[in-house]
Ligand binder design. Structure first.
Ligand code: SAM
Ligand code: SF4
Length: 327
């Protein structure tokens, strides 16, 4: 079992399988001039499978695949099949923009993958296409509905973006009237590859809640898991739920159970910090398994208590883009 220096069990790995993406969401990366990693610096599929096995043998029982857009990797299903075969891995999930997942939905279902997070910042086509800078709205919407109707546990992630999609918040909550989905609103973080910097946000989780509460009366607060990053609610008689994720306010650090590995092997113990080590070179060396286990233990043994503490240590962290960190 992996236990950090603040006595928190680390059992959740967010594994980025690529830094590439077919969208250009304006809060995540600049329109052009993005410094993608060289292909040789990305994990091969065989390495991703081996790395996951090592991490599961160390006590990780939940893996979320992320990116960049995970499904731009044409060999992604090889990894899903491998993960589905790993004993001790109880929860396999993916975060996707839902543009490319369509052809894989049936196989994902047959592998027993249940949890799919779809990033969707607008229900309105024009707003969606302005934010993502691509015209993929119909495909995304069709795939989203297919995922819901096939019975996946779908969570929609929407970032509240001042001046861009605030009028989308209520229609997104309304989706929960008709569909059994969880719509979660995230605070914007300044991880956008340097295209915009800010130290405060208008739309924090409290402001988002007040905005929703003005429109709906019968909001019930739900009990959430201790390690959950979202505060969850339900509107009486609606099928789905909605949640707020204080990703900028960081109220959840005390129960953080997660570790991130980027597509180039950077090990990130906190979103608000710099990578602590790179695992890719180790994975390509002799006795790799033993070396990786030792390094992971050492890294987990020196975590900051909160994102604020971590941010103090690593000035300049906000130049990162989410496409390399994985969200
Ligand atoms: N491409 C996939 C997607 O969009 O779902 C997976 C990778 S994406 C980087 C993972 C998550 O990070 C998405 O839910 C996205 O909305 C979120 N994200 C990206 N940039 C962000 C930012 N600046 N602030 C808050 N969340 C961000
Ligand atoms: Fe791509 Fe996801 Fe970033 Fe949007 S948020 S640009 S879909 S990686």
């Amino acid at each position: 079992m992996l236990i950090d220096n603040h006595n928190r069990v680390i059992n959740y790995l967010r594994l980025a399988v690529t830094d590439r993406c077919n969208l250009r969401c304006n809060y995540c990366m600049p329109e052009e001039g993005i410094d993608f990693a060289k292909r040789k610096d990305l994990f091969s599929m065989e390495e991703l499978c081996r790395l996951s096995s090592i991490m599961v043998s160390q006590g990780i029982n939940k893996i979320r695949l992320t990116g960049g857009e995970p499904f731009v990797r044409k060999d992604l299903m090889v990894l899903f099949r491998h993960l589905a075969s790993l004993e001790g891995l109880d929860d396999i999930s993916v975060t996707t923009n839902a543009t490319l997942i369509g052809p894989y939905i049936n196989e994902l279902k047959s592998l027993g993958i249940k949890n799919i997070n779809v990033s969707l910042d607008a229900i309105n086509k024009d707003v969606f296409e302005r934010i993502t800078r691509r015209n993929q709205y119909e495909t995304v919407y069709e795939n989203l509905i297919k995922l819901i109707s096939e019975g996946f546990n779908v969570r929609i992630n929407c970032i509240a973006l001042e001046g861009q999609n605030i009028e989308e918040i209520i229609p997104l909550v309304e989706l929960t009237k008709y569909y059994n989905v969880s719509v979660r609103f995230l605070e914007e973080m300044p991880f956008n590859g340097g295209s915009k910097s800010f130290n405060t946000i208008k739309w924090d989780y409290k402001a988002i809640y007040e905005h929703i509460a003005k429109r709906f009366d019968a909001i019930e607060k739900l009990v959430s898991e201790k390690t959950s990053t979202s505060i969850n609610y339900k509107i009486k008689d609606y099928k789905g739920t909605f949640g707020l994720i204080p990703s900028f306010s960081r109220t959840f650090c005390g129960s953080c159970n997660r570790l991130r590995i980027s597509a180039t092997g950077d090990v990130i113990t906190c979103l608000y910090g710099k990578p602590r080590m790179n695992i890719r070179t180790l994975l390509r060396s002799e006795n790799s398994e033993e070396k990786i286990k030792q390094h992971i233990l050492a890294t987990i043994g020196s975590r900051s208590k909160t994102g604020f503490e971590e941010q103090e240590k690593y000035k300049g962290v906000f130049n990162n883009s989410m496409t390399s960190i994985g969200g």
